[in-house]
Design a binder for this molecule. Sequence first.
Ligand code: THU
Length: 131
Amino acid sequence: MLDKQTINKLLEAATSVMSNAHVPYSNFQVGASILYKDGTIEVGCNIENASFGATICAERTAISTGAAKGKLNIEAICVTNLTDTMVTPCGICRQVIWEFGQNLPVICSNKNGDYKILTISELLPHAFDLN
Ligand code: THU
């Protein structure tokens, strides 16, 4: 359940992983956390590359970390950054998040801990679907 205590845990987890971001090109640290239906949390940060297109966003790093442990049952996703803007996932990440649940809540936060919650379908209407 996405109560205030759970949201705070997700915000804390996303914030704490941000310092691990590998961002020599943008210097824009992003942290993400994922709550799974079993109550566990995984985290991810962005990992940039000299071949810019090879950069992986924090959200997809977190999803990949969970997936490698057999965890795909996502309950909610949280993303934060060090600016005043409540960061929202990029287009590629929206499509990847949508894969795991069309009504998933995405907590979009800033450096002050302010947040807004949008569902992934609000963020990505008319997502690509093979079906
Ligand atoms: N980035 C993320 O990690 N997640 C987002 O939701 C937006 C963008 C990263 C990619 C790149 O390393 C940096 O932010 C600047 O675009």
